[in-house]
Design a protein around this ligand. Structure first.
Ligand code: G6P
Length: 613
């Protein structure tokens, strides 16, 4: 949610910032801006509604020479997306510029007080209030900028990642974080500050992830990290695991398509090194530490948002099927504001691609405060959720840039499958023989996905037939139900067609009223537990002239009599169905969105990493 990138060093800052903003654009893309501080101490600010490319066009004839600068790509919260509200924002005396990701919750009262003291605001944002506050504290108390930032932040309620530069000092940059991610890149005679590592990886692999409540000061190429209350911290320098290739499109038209096609590898990476077929066991170091506690675990609660919540639903089936533990799956945003009944015997698993989703993070903090053991299933290494959990599993899917989640979902499901099996084994709920069978089957999944990806052209033809629809229904039972929910979410996110996922049998309690010849109904109808029942549901749709697109098991000839279109996927274990059956649904949504001229990688109003609640 909002991307920030800043540079200070010996190179031209502008191209680094623009490239960085493009890499961060998945975080928000309604407006963008840069502040460039020339060695002669003039501060040039350019801002533009729209994409980073619009900003680039805007600055094509402008002076962009600077060795210090910062840029921002916005996902509007306070104030509509327009040039005025785009970041950076300036202090009243035009001495300080700020970029901000997050929400200053008490901005209204701060703003009122500042206005009463003569401050005039040019935007509707909460961010501008913060930079005015810093200016006031700086002037009134005759303190350094660093002290002014620290003092001001103690008055702020909310979440932020901010970078501030001062017109009078081109060798100085200061950043701070609370609740929004921030990473500092350390190069040779240069430093970078960004929302995530993608703008940095091209220049250096050495990074420091800032913790909540910390500030970073770069002063004449010297890096200092402190807490807001002025305690110096020793920077923990980590080596980045991502490489440049993984954050570029690599010949694909869109990141989403690239990421769909990466799934044979990303799923393999999720289980590689964790499965031991001969011994029939799974090694998950973090989880193994909790063996004794897991043996007596009475309940698991899974929290997440969006696609990660759907992965959580699959997790519910997996833990119940294999480990025989009751599971509740909660929207993190609801869970955190209820008064959930939790104690030390509970396990709470947070699922999050980014590891930064504000609601998921807050739900975990709540669970932790009530004594529960907290686990995480996250993709971004070093992100906030893995840093507060007792244990967890990285999904190892590699950077996911497309806003609509694809490979992160299947990697989450893979990690949850391994967790469920590992817990099942610890509790003696599964035989070694059955474990072996499942692990052998898991090894075949990447090639089954390869095979499914070959259906791309035929899926494109189906997309052509239904691309003008205004609504779509997705139905499934058992493991097919979360797949239906995820399929519907993919379609609505990127093509703006209204789509709903439903348990197939529940259809007759409402959605059936919507079915007519205009309504495509995608049904997960593979030859698993509920096959016959799903066929009956398909007939109910056909009887009302709905257009049925069935996801079926290879070799099932019977289904062709009932469905208008059939997408045949390879036979697989029922518990692994979400891994295979999600692929054609991702492709279907992708092609429909492309045919409708939608911006697949950056759908309107959405952002990949939602760091505000
Ligand atoms: C946003 C993204 C979704 C994602 C959700 C949860 O809405 O657009 O793709 O599923 O956030 O994000 P997380 O990073 O916690 O998985």
């Amino acid at each position: 949610m909002c991307g920030i990138v800043a540079y200070i060093g010996h190179r031209e800052a502008y191209p680094i910032i623009i490239k960085g903003l493009k890499r961060l654009e998945y975080r928000g893309y309604d407006s963008a801006g840069v502040a460039l501080l020339t060695p002669e101490k003039s501060l040039n600010i350019y801002k533009k509604t729209g994409k980073v490319s619009d900003l680039e066009a805007e600055t094509s004839d402008k002076d962009v020479h600077a060795f210090t600068g910062m840029g921002h790509t916005r996902w509007a919260t306070h104030g509509e997306p327009n040039d005025r509200n785009a970041h950076p924002h300036l202090s009243q005396n035009k001495e300080f510029a700020i970029i901000h990701n997050g929400i200053i919750e008490n901005y209204a009262s701060l703003k009122k007080a500042l206005q009463e003291r003569g401050h005039e605001f040019k935007s509707d944002t909460d961010t501008e209030v913060l930079v005015h506050l810093i200016e006031e504290v700086h002037q009134k108390n005759k303190v350094t900028l660093e002290e002014a930032v620290r003092m001001s932040l103690t008055q702020v309620i909310g979440a932020y990642a901010i970078v501030i530069l001062s017109k009078s000092d081109p060798n100085y940059l200061i950043g701070a974080r609370k609740g929004s991610p921030m990473v500092v890149g350390i190069g040779e005679g240069e430093h970078f500050i960004a929302s995530d590592a993608t703008p940095i990886v091209e220049y250096t692999k050495n990074v420091v992830y800032l913790n909540d409540g910390e500030i970073v000061i770069i002063d004449n190429n010297k890096l200092t990290i402190k807490t807001i209350d002025n305690t110096i911290k020793t920077p923990y320098i980590q080596e980045l695991e991502i490489n440049l290739e993984s954050i570029e499109r690599g010949g694909f038209e869109h990141f989403m398509l690239k990421e769909i096609y990466e799934q044979p590898r990303s799923i393999l990476d999720s289980f590689r090194g964790r499965t031991h077929i001969n011994e029939g066991n799974i090694a998950m170091a973090g989880i193994d530490l909790f063996e004794d506690k897991l043996k007596n675990c009475k309940r698991i609660i899974i929290v997440g948002c969006g696609t990660s919540w759907h992965a959580g639903l699959v997790g519910e089936y997996l833990f119940e099927d294999f480990a025989r533990i009751p599971v509740e799956v909660e929207y993190a945003s609801e869970f955190r504001y209820r008064n959930p009944v939790l104690d030390e015997s509970d396990f709470v698993i947070a699922i999050s691609q980014s590891g930064e989703t504000a609601d998921t993070l807050a739900a975990l903090e709540l669970a932790k405060s009530k004594g529960a053991t907290i686990f995480g299933v996250c993709n971004v290494v070093g992100s906030s959720i893995p840093r507060i959990t007792d244990a967890g599993a990285y999904t190892h899917a590699g950077p996911e840039i497309g806003v609509a989640s694809t490979k992160a979902f299947t990697a989450q499901v893979t990690a949850l499958l391994l967790m469920a099996l590992s817990v099942a084994q610890k509790r003696g709920a599964i035989s070694t023989q059955r474990m072996r069978e499942l692990l052998i089957e898991l090894e075949t999944i990447p090639s089954k996905i390869e095979e499914t990806l070959k259906l791309d052209d035929s899926i494109k033809k189906i997309a052509e037939e239904i691309k003008e629809s205004r609504n779509a229904l997705y139905l499934g039972r058992g493991y097919g139900f979360p797949i239906a929910l995820e399929g519907a979410l993919k379609l609505k996110e990127i093509s703006y067609i209204h789509a709903e996922g439903y348990p197939a049998a529940e259809m007759k309690h409402g959605p059936i009223a919507l079915i007519d010849e205009e309504m495509p109904v995608v049904v997960i109808a593979t030859q698993h537990s509920y096959y016959e029942k799903v066929i009956s549901n398909i007939q109910e749709v056909k009887a009302r002239k709905g257009k049925v697109i069935a996801i079926a098991t290879q070799g099932d000839e019977h289904i062709a009599q009932n469905a208008d279109y059939v997408i045949y996927i390879p036979q697989c274990e029922e518990a692994m169905l979400p891994l295979v059956a999600s692929i054609p649904l991702q492709l279907l949504s992708y092609h429909i969105a492309v045919m409708r001229g939608c911006n697949v990688d950056q759908p309107r109003n959405l952002a990949k990493s939602v760091t505000v609640e």
